[in-house]
Ligand binder design. Structure first.
Ligand SMILES: Cc1cc2nc3c(=O)[nH]c(=O)nc-3n(C[C@H](O)[C@H](O)[C@H](O)COP(=O)(O)OP(=O)(O)OC[C@H]3O[C@@H](n4cnc5c(N)ncnc54)[C@H](O)[C@@H]3O)c2cc1C
Length: 369
């Protein structure tokens, strides 16, 4: 005889997105279960990133990224100040290092303005020097609202909020096959327990598309391919002379090898971009050479012998390396005909910044009062 537990909402994946949504649902007086395959929360993409609070500059106008990043940034600052989570509004410079890239910089500036970043300013070489003496750049965009925060404490605090609302989180559980019976999703998490819910929210990060394979009868044609784009970060064994984040003009798959100042007045460079076939976080010393070439474009005094690869993260790119989705994907019944199933797919950067806004949207639109 198996025990049967019925929840209003079951959320799979305790990264920042799953935790933020679980908290928002529990605050609506729903019975919510959050299930994670690892032993702890936030061990996936959410702990292998830059921890930058983005201001919402780069994203296509009217995209989900643009909408959730800007709103998420405001919510994140408010939340962290209220809860006394370490946070710093460092500001950032997006630097144009080659004269031929002026149009690209202006394009980013204009896009940022369209996305509501009215605080952006264009700087010339002399003005840049007032911010950072060792930067070599022709022009730059100054983004004063960009920041850095302690994302682990943020997730921990959201999880505490969730548990205070009687939300339940279980770790170390992989789900078996999921079956849709009438209006309910039904599945086992161990040999003695059956779980039932009308609303199943898939927040499986890198494995969000793979997760769909475990739902019986979910149309295979609707399961998109996830490609992994790894990013290696680099430490510097010496003093880095910057007081703000420094970003080059973005490339196709990432934001370029940038400098992010951390909360301890140190910092790191990265991430770079490398397409890989499996979830492999090992760092490779051979990547230092290219990192040095990129960093030297804005910091000519950078010494290659002081650069070390330190950790890596993986971006979930939906599609292939030559053709991938540019925006977050939120799939609902409207897309796949499975009532009650919500998939959050391709939640790469700026997912940390956007998390509270995404959670708000999910609850507002898809969770009944
Ligand atoms: C290199 C890099 C740098 C980034 N930098 C920034 C930044 O500076 N600022 C910013 O705003 N954003 C940044 N991001 C984006 C941000 O980190 C992500 O958008 C966010 O962390 C995604 O969270 P998630 O919850 O979707 O995924 P995850 O954190 O990966 O969580 C998914 C969880 O689901 C679990 N899971 C998977 N399958 C199952 C299953 N079958 N059963 C149970 N559990 C399962 C996993 O174990 C994992 O814990 C960066 C991303 C990368 C890759």
């Amino acid at each position: 005889m198996k025990d049967i537990y019925n929840f209003d909402i079951i959320i799979v994946g305790a990264g920042v997105i799953g935790i933020a949504i679980a908290r928002a649902c529990a605050q609506k007086n729903k019975s919510v279960l959050l299930i994670e395959k690892n032993l702890q929360f936030g061990e996936g993409i959410s702990s292998r990133n830059s921890e930058v609070i983005h201001a919402g500059i780069y994203y296509p106008e009217n995209s989900l990224k643009a909408k959730f990043c800007r709103d998420g940034m405001e919510r994140l600052y408010r939340y962290c100040y209220e809860k006394r989570i370490s946070i710093k509004q460092t500001g950032k410079l997006i630097v144009q290092t080659s004269a031929k890239d002026e149009d690209k910089l202006l394009e980013i500036y204009n896009l940022g303005k369209k996305n509501g970043c009215n605080e952006l300013r264009l700087l010339n070489t002399q003005e840049i020097k007032k911010f950072e003496t060792e930067i070599s750049a022709v022009n730059a965009i100054w983004s004063p609202k960009t920041g850095i925060f302690d994302s682990h404490s943020f997730m921990k605090s959201l999880l505490d909020d969730f548990e205070k609302e009687d939300g339940i989180v279980v770790f170390n559980h992989n789900l078996g096959k999921i079956v849709k019976k009438g209006r309910f999703f039904e599945f086992t998490i161990d040999s003695t327990t059956i779980l039932k819910t009308k609303t199943l929210i898939n927040c499986c990060g890198l494995h969000a598309t793979k997760f769909l394979e475990s739902i019986e009868d979910f149309p295979k044609s609707l399961i998109k391919k996830t490609s992994f784009c790894k990013g290696t970060y680099f430490g510097y064994q010496g003093k880095i002379p910057f007081n703000h984040h420094i970003y080059p003009i973005p490339n196709k798959a990432g934001l370029g090898i940038h400098f992010t100042q951390d909360l301890n007045e140190n910092g790191q460079f990265g991430p770079d971009t490398e397409w890989i076939n499996s979830e492999d976080y090992a760092v490779d010393f051979n990547r230092v050479k290219n990192a040095h070439i990129q960093i030297k474009k804005y910091w000519p005094n950078c010494d290659i012998t002081k650069i070390r690869p330190v950790y890596s993260g993986i971006r979930p790119k939906i599609g292939s390396k030559v053709n991938f989705e540019k925006d977050f994907i939120i799939q609902t019944e409207h897309h796949h005909n499975f009532s009650g199933l919500i998939n959050l797919i391709g939640i790469e950067s700026p997912g940390l910044t956007a998390s509270l806004s995404i959670a708000n949207e999910i609850v507002r639109n898809y969770v009944e009062d």
